[in-house]
Design a protein around this ligand. Sequence first.
Ligand code: ASP
Length: 322
Amino acid sequence: MRAQQDTAGGLRHLITLDGLDREALTGILDRAESYRRLPGQPAYEGRELAGTTVANLFFEPSTRTRASFDLASRRLGAHVLNLDVNSSSRAKGETMLDTIYTLEAMNTDVFVIRDSEPGMPEFLIDHVAPHVSVISAGEAHVSHPTQGLLDALTIRIHKRRFAGLKVAIVGDIKHSRVARSTVRALQTLGTTDLRIVGPESLLPGEHEFQGAQRFTRLEDGIAGADVVMMLRIQKERMAQSASLDDAAYFREFGLDLRRLRLASPEALVMHPGPMNRGVEISSEVADGPRSVIREQVNNGVAVRMAVLAAIAATLTRHRRPL
Ligand code: ASP
């Protein structure tokens, strides 16, 4: 695989958080904090992406990620192309690479890609032109790097540290790209007490999530936790999901107010969305005072601006001269 950073350490692509060190992640979080504006404040508007064209290619459904890449690009002055993939050439059988080469020929500089095929982003960074960048907006169950970063930013804003925190991630860990990227981010940034919690059938194989403790009882997994992150059951990634009963799942693994009391009194409740209220989380918790779920959405825009700006700064060094 081609490197995600150039020899000067500049970000060329972002398809995984693996291999990015603490300094690289901290640099993105610092930049994101400078772009962050609260709802009601005027959004940051800049020219960091002036002259850059960003194409959003989402071959899986997305609400938050797609909207936030779109806003992030526009707020930094980019031209944005949102391809309607249902009517695009891929639906007619054109390969992903042909679609990319077509858009490259129109001077597209950055491709933001979500796809259900593992390995697609890696394949693309090996084949795009040297002046083009690829950002993964979600790769199958494998990785979702900007989500990992926005989760880390949300935790940093509230806790101002990563070391010494107890972080529990609860639910369908096996099929979750969010869990994989968020755990990678937090481990790189210094969190050592990481817990993955869920029914045995939704926990990944032992070779994955090394360094995290595994729990099959919610009560044990969230005891004393500083952060409790709830995940959706990803039925779309399961061959057989009919046997999963939502009410029975909520009784065992749903986060309600009574269970939340087992975590630290200062615990943050997180969820990447989309939420299934009454399945993995109750409405009182999702909308309650410990919830930072909408802050995660807000931070998602800032993180995507930071990643795009870092990539645009690197790209200027790799452009063809006029
Ligand atoms: N939005 C997240 C993702 O794309 C989580 C989810 O879909 O449950 O992976």
